[in-house]
Design a protein around this ligand. Sequence first.
Ligand code: CP
Length: 304
Amino acid sequence: MRHLIDILDLSVEEINEILATAEDIIANPAKYAHSCAGKQLATLFYEPSTRTRLSFESAMLSLGGEVLGFSEASSSSASKGESVADTIRVISCYADIVAMRHPKEGAPMVASMYSTIPVINAGDGGHNHPTQTLTDLLTIKREKGRLKDFTIGFCGDLKFGRTVHSLIEALSRYEGINIVLISPEELKLPSYVKKEILKAKNIPYTQTTDLLEVMPQLDILYMTRVQKERFFSEEEYLRLRDSYILTVEKLETAKKDLTIMHPLPRVNEISVAVDNDPRACYFKQVQNGKYARMALILKLLEVL
Ligand code: CP
């Protein structure tokens, strides 16, 4: 039995296989319409979500399976003090696979230690978000036609942005990736990601606070939201939340084939006027998320 807690739980070959399956699902959806008939996905969301939870549910339904779960801790027995370990033992009696989001880093990993069904990390605190990474890789592959030889700028909250941490981990295993880290001093990429991933794997990277300065060199711009829910101080959040607002004017020096990504939700960091720019890919990312998760469910349930 396999779990997906960290994107590094999958080999590059397995990631490429999942992306290939996702592309086949896009091309031939009817072929997969009953692949998970009789199977059930449980979505255990202890933290809010729109895309991840609903795309998992849509994915399972589109595979002919069924879904159950909760969308907030307060409607589960976690509110009475039940542990993650006990909860997953219970859910293992009801479902075939589970997607769990939790505000505490490591909670899905703890769940996997007690589970008898595959556990998927659907986001744990400010740590990791591996299924967003599959979504992002599928988007890059479809937009760029390759998963190598590009410069990607990560902009915004690189400290708490779990999607950034997971995508950097994944990209560190592909060739010719240059990384530009764009953030305020207070929201820089955690030193453990720099040390264990970028430095350990000799990935070329630069750090700056100035988005405009680096804009012309980027093939991909990955914008992120400042993660209000991870701040201890409202004042600090308010001071930093508008550090970067991508506008049409700021894109004037960008490459004509720039790919603009954002895991969403967006608050204020991309002007809505940018949505009309053909380089804006964040809503395509949302669509790709469903197909990536369909492919992942098939893989972990060993349906294919
Ligand atoms: N990208 C993402 O994780 O969105 P949700 O928080 O809406 O699931």
